[in-house]
Design a protein around this ligand. Structure first.
Ligand SMILES: N[C@@H](CCC(=O)N[C@@H](CS)C(=O)NCC(=O)O)C(=O)O
Length: 206
């Protein structure tokens, strides 16, 4: 059976769980990372020398990096509705996955770390504000993009919506001021209603 290593509170583990649930996969999940530790043992580092979660084991195949894991699982199941076979459609999905992992999530990291993981008397509020402002700009891009599309790449839900949806869940639940974003909020509400999203959207950000 597919084995997924990682705590459910990790945004990168959440992507994998959401994808596996969309695909109706059976899996065993093992808590690792954060308060569970385990990700610094020699056994774990042999699977992922970065010591980060998630990692999957699919038989003797081991893979780390959440977005490639999500693509691997969709391809393994032949789920071309989630990760298209068509070259250009797939490039569009990949582009939004990259945008999530190199832009949207890193932008909100400072605000997240300070407001969720740092005691109130030790917070760097300038860092919160610069992170908030950077993320607001990107949320504006997402909102404009979603004005003319149901999902990130058009009419169909794809793995791009899964990974950006995990990031949106974090952003929309951070205790910061946000401009109203009607299209982004409509899209997030639709994602939130999906059975596959429940493990993610039921998590308070932590
Ligand atoms: N690029 C990696 C990043 C993985 C990552 O940063 N994971 C974090 C949790 S979101 C982690 O393992 N942190 C250490 C810990 O949880 O102990 C991916 O997408 O899988």
């Amino acid at each position: 059976m597919l084995r997924i290593w990682g705590r459910v509170t990790s945004i990168n583990v959440q992507k994998v769980l959401w994808c596996a649930d969309e695909l109706g996969l059976e899996y065993e999940r093992i808590d690792a990372g954060g308060k569970f530790g385990r990700n610094d043992t020699p056994e774990y580092l042999a699977m992922n020398p970065n010591g980060l979660v998630p990692v999957i084991e699919d038989g003797d195949f081991v893979l780390y990096e959440s977005n490639p894991i999500v693509r691997y699982l969709a391809a393994r199941e032949g789920a071309t509705h989630l990760w298209p076979a068509d070259l250009r459609a797939r490039a569009d999905v990949d582009r939004w996955m990259e945008w999530q992992s190199t832009g949207f999530t890193p932008a909100m990291w400072g605000a997240f770390w300070q407001l969720v993981r740092t005691p109130a008397d030790k917070r760097d509020l300038a860092l919160v504000e610069s992170s908030r402002a950077k993320t607001e700009r990107l949320a504006g891009i997402l909102d404009t993009h979603l004005a003319s599309r149901r999902y990130l790449t058009g009419d169909g839900f794809t793995v791009a919506d899964i990974v950006a949806g995990c990031a949106a869940h974090r952003w929309l639940n951070l205790p910061v001021e946000r401009a109203p974003r009607k299209n982004l909020e409509r899209w997030y509400a639709e994602l939130k209603a999906r059975p596959g999203a429940q493990k993610v959207v039921s998590q308070a950000i932590s």
